[in-house]
Design a protein around this ligand. Structure first.
Ligand code: 2AM
Length: 199
């Protein structure tokens, strides 16, 4: 259990309102063909591209994290990624997380992810050792879902045709706080770091 004075935090790239709307439409379409009780949907306004999950931190750690993020943001230029396709982790036969994919073929997103990871390592956070799989989580399969329900969800994802939903220009990094409530997670920006062309 987290101590009351800690903050659950993560670093993410926000999406454009248009892409958020389209992700909501994809969720609505998928919802019609899947077992409702087996799935927990992410509110469209809570969908973002996470770069680093810090977990529970004491408030004193905010300042070094924010200083490190401001350095990262100052050293990158805006770039665009494409939001397209749908899939599941770990796979469509046993899905746990349903996502929409991200494509950024020039490698700028991977570089930004690496820079954020290194910056967090420098202020004492263990970098994730998994390969970076950029994605937007649409839904999570509930623990209590049966294998059949999970498979039905995987089938619904397989049948859905989600093409290119839009492009997002990365213009800021956001340091978010997450508060877990029975009605779902609530994300509040603690700090925003603009990524600008002029340096
Ligand atoms: P996800 O979308 O892949 O679930 C807030 O929880 C954000 O942090 C989510 O976007 C979530 O990614 C991400 N995250 C990464 N690692 C996490 C972890 N171990 N626990 C909870 N959230 C995590």
């Amino acid at each position: 259990m987290a101590q009351p004075e800690t903050l659950r935090t993560f670093i993410a790239i926000p999406l454009s309102p248009l892409v958020v709307t389209k992700l909501g439409n994809v969720q609505r379409a998928l919802r019609r063909t899947c077992p409702e009780q087996a799935v927990s949907w992410v509110k469209p306004e809570n969908i973002h591209l996470t770069l680093f999950f810090l977990g529970d931190i004491v408030p004193e750690r905010r300042a070094p994290v924010e200083a490190a993020l401001s350095v990262v943001a100052r050293h990158v230029h805006p770039f665009t990624f494409s939001v397209q396709g749908m899939g599941a982790f770990p796979n469509l036969n046993r899905p746990r997380v349903i996502w929409v994919g991200i494509e950024e073929p020039t490698g700028q997103l991977a570089l930004l992810h690496r820079a954020v990871n290194e910056a967090m390592a420098n202020v004492g956070f263990q970098p994730e050792d998994r390969r970076f799989s950029p994605h937007l989580t649409l839904a999570r399969i509930r623990q209590r879902a049966s294998r059949e329900e999970a498979q039905a969800m995987g089938e619904a994802v397989r049948r859905a045709e989600v093409g290119h939903l839009g492009d997002v220009t990365v213009e800021e990094l956001v340091f978010f706080r997450s508060v877990l409530k029975s009605s779902g997670a609530e994300y509040t920006p603690l700090a925003r770091f603009a990524i600008e062309n002029e340096k």
